[in-house]
Ligand binder design. Structure first.
Ligand SMILES: *Cc1c(COP(=O)(O)O)cnc(C)c1O
Length: 359
């Protein structure tokens, strides 16, 4: 007899740990259940005895972890009778909000920074049929406007200040423990608005409290050098980084993220765009895993802290890869410009020569 169970989304899977009832109409695209992939070649390459796993959240329905939060936020918005949702976004939140609104049959308004959104995210948001409001300002400005507008128009905010977003996203920690059979020693992830580090810590704490796992990981939050308010110790004015998903200067989950850092014995660190892009390329080239730039901050950070011994040999490490590399084709192609294909004659001889030249 088959024990196969069709995965019908994270709310269905973890409904006992989420704020839904038997009567709740669940708005889902079967998100979650993403692969936890062990890296083989990179640990060998760096010559360290560490187990590194990546949680590839880029394989969610809209290509980022935002789907975890959005299934919960939209489910609750619909349950509460809302006809419209709104968010500020660097791109992935708007894609997820637009998709789940389409699924629910409600309207989505998204505020995006003018010209600073990756092409794939824009394409998705347009196709799902959201109302796009492009603003002359960055994410932080959009976030401030969204917080104000909710008092003036009948719209539900679905940014991660919506607590249901955090509830949905904490399920990624559950999945990791359920897959491994234990909690990792270190959990590394990029930090932008800081909702995700808040959510993971909540999930790990909940499982540890209920004795599903006996330990909790040290939380390591990594930022882009040009957008690193947690390293500065205060919000910053004009965040800048090629990793647009974490181009945020005024994180909304500021206190929760600090709590996760303190309670777990963890730390924040920052990396240059060059370091982030190098990690993104490394993961693609050596492991066949293509994530977006912001996501690679987790691996850049893990490798840095392994090299320094902050993460000792023998450790079990999970890095969250927050989004799919296909989200931002322009950055990928620009990075590989040197390897741009040359055109040759369409003859057997020319192709043969091209191959033999490379071997
Ligand atoms: C949203 C996002 C982040 C940052 O997550 P926060 O919860 O805002 O800290 C990182 N990477 C990607 C790809 C994202 O979409």
């Amino acid at each position: 007899m088959s024990t196969h169970k069709h995965h019908t989304g994270l709310i269905d899977r973890y409904r006992d740990r989420l704020p839904v009832s038997a009567n709740t109409r669940i708005i889902s695209l079967n998100e979650g259940n993403t692969p936890l992939i062990q890296l083989y070649n990179i640990p060998r390459l760096i010559g360290k005895d560490v187990d590194i796993y990546v949680k590839f959240e880029g394989l969610n329905p809209t290509g980022s972890f935002k789907d975890r939060g959005m299934t919960m936020a939209v489910t609750k918005a619909v349950e509460e009778g809302s006809q419209a949702i709104i968010c500020a976004s660097t791109g992935n939140t708007s894609a997820a909000a637009a998709a789940y609104a389409a699924r629910a049959g409600i309207k989505a308004f998204v505020l995006i920074p003018d010209g600073k959104i990756a092409q794939g995210k824009l394409a998705q948001t347009l196709m799902y049929g959201a109302e796009i409001i492009q603003i002359n300002g960055n994410f932080d400005k959009g976030m401030a406007l969204v917080k104000e507008i909710a008092d003036h128009a009948p719209v539900t905010i679905v940014n991660s200040i919506n607590p249901y977003r955090i509830d949905g996203q904490k399920t990624a920690a559950f999945e990791i423990v359920d897959d491994l059979g234990f909690a990792p020693d270190y959990h590394c992830l990029p930090v932008g608005n800081a909702g995700n580090i808040t959510a993971y810590w909540k999930g790990y704490k909940e499982y540890a409290t209920d004795r599903v796992c006996s330990t909790r990981p040290v939380m390591c939050g990594y930022q882009a050098a040009g957008a690193a308010p947690f390293l500065a110790g205060h919000p910053i004015e004009d965040p800048e980084t090629i990793a647009t998903a974490i181009r945020i200067g005024n994180p909304q989950s500021w206190d929760y993220a600090w709590a996760a850092q303190k309670e777990s014995g963890g730390w924040f660190e920052k990396f240059t765009d060059e370091q982030i892009l190098a990690a993104q390329k490394m993961l693609s080239q050596y492991e066949g895993i293509f994530c977006e730039p912001a996501s690679a901050a987790s691996l850049a950070g893990a490798l840095h802290d392994i090299a320094l011994g902050n993460i000792p040999e023998g450790s079990k490490i999970v890095c969250t890869l927050t989004g799919n590399g296909l989200k931002d084709p322009d950055t990928a192609i620009a990075q590989c410009a040197a390897a741009h294909p040359v055109t040759i004659e369409a003859t057997l001889d020319a192709v043969k020569r091209a191959i033999l030249d490379c071997l």
